[in-house]
Design a protein around this ligand. Structure first.
Ligand SMILES: Nc1ncnc2c1ncn2[C@@H]1O[C@H](COP(=O)(O)OP(=O)(O)OP(=O)(O)O)[C@@H](O)[C@H]1O
Ligand SMILES: [Mg+2]
Length: 254
């Protein structure tokens, strides 16, 4: 089956155990190679949506198809195979702090190894080369042997991108990847994502609060409010005024 990075979300709702509605009947059809930016107020459901796409948590209703395979019902080996195609980075980077950049990046490959081999760090020569290639892509190869906790936030995020690329994903998810970075580093990280999107035709879905960044990088903007999809337009149709509507009129943020 062709793996291209399409994401089809059909009637997805998520109710948390405490009764909070995280998502309310979301429908979205994302094509291969799109750069989708999801915006909305805090609590709108952005993280809930990303976590549902790679099944970090289960949905309560509906289905999500990654390249026509239903990740919401997949089990065992099939689930692992679907998830290999979906990479994710987070606001707080989630690197293993006390080990080298190289080792962190190898960790991105563990989906392809037996658990014993990955625990022992028995990574192949090809994967070491792949790690170097991915670090080069984000301009971090010179930090190969550096411990992760000696990097700045921006550098950590770029290593996290290199690690995520080790999966050879077709879908790349980023949950507020630049929320704790300065404006210049923010651009570097967003440029990395854009380059991967353009170079590999990778589908990228990013949660963001910044209107200018959304306007600069997205090919499509999706807006959530109270768990509902309230906006979905290709970038050429988007005006800044639309954000005011998504953010409940008065609360436009930058
Ligand atoms: N683990 C959880 N248990 C219960 N409710 C949760 C949980 N995680 C999120 N929620 C609730 O689900 C709703 C959506 O939360 P979510 O984290 O997806 O919002 P968000 O758009 O990512 O917000 P932010 O911009 O602050 O990151 C909120 O009402 C939130 O309180
Ligand atoms: Mg969030």
């Amino acid at each position: 089956m062709a793996e291209k990075g399409t994401v089809k979300i059909e009637h997805v709702s998520k109710v948390y155990d405490n009764g909070t509605v995280g998502l309310d009947d979301i429908n979205l059809d994302i094509q291969s190679g799109e750069f989708v930016i999801v915006v909305g107020l805090s609590g709108a459901g952005k993280s809930t949506l990303l976590r549902a796409i790679n099944r970090l948590h289960d949905v309560s209703k509906g289905h999500i198809y990654i390249d026509d395979q239903d990740i919401t019902t997949a089990k065992g080996k099939q689930l692992r195979h679907i998830r290999r195609n979906i990479a994710m980075i987070f606001q707080n980077f989630n690197l293993v702090k006390r080990v080298s950049v190289a080792r962190n990046v190898f960790n991105g490959r563990v989906g392809y190894y037996s658990s014993l081999k990955s625990v022992l760090g028995l990574f192949s020569k090809a994967d070491k080369e792949r790690a170097q290639e991915n670090l080069k892509r984000v301009n971090m190869l010179d930090k190969y042997y550096t411990r992760a906790d000696q990097l700045s936030g921006g550098q950590q995020q770029r290593v996290a991108i290199a690690r995520a690329m080790m999966q050879s994903p077709t879908v790349f998810l980023a949950d507020e990847p630049i929320a704790s970075l300065d404006p210049k580093t923010t651009r570097l990280v967003m440029d990395d994502l854009k380059r991967l999107n353009e170079e590999f035709g990778m589908t990228v879905i990013v949660n963001l609060h910044s209107v200018p960044l959304a306007m600069a990088y997205a090919t499509r903007i999706v807006g959530l409010r109270d768990g509902k999809l309230v906006y979905d337009q290709p970038i050429e149709n988007v005006s800044e005024q639309d954000f005011a509507d998504i953010y409940n009129e008065s609360e436009v943020q930058d």
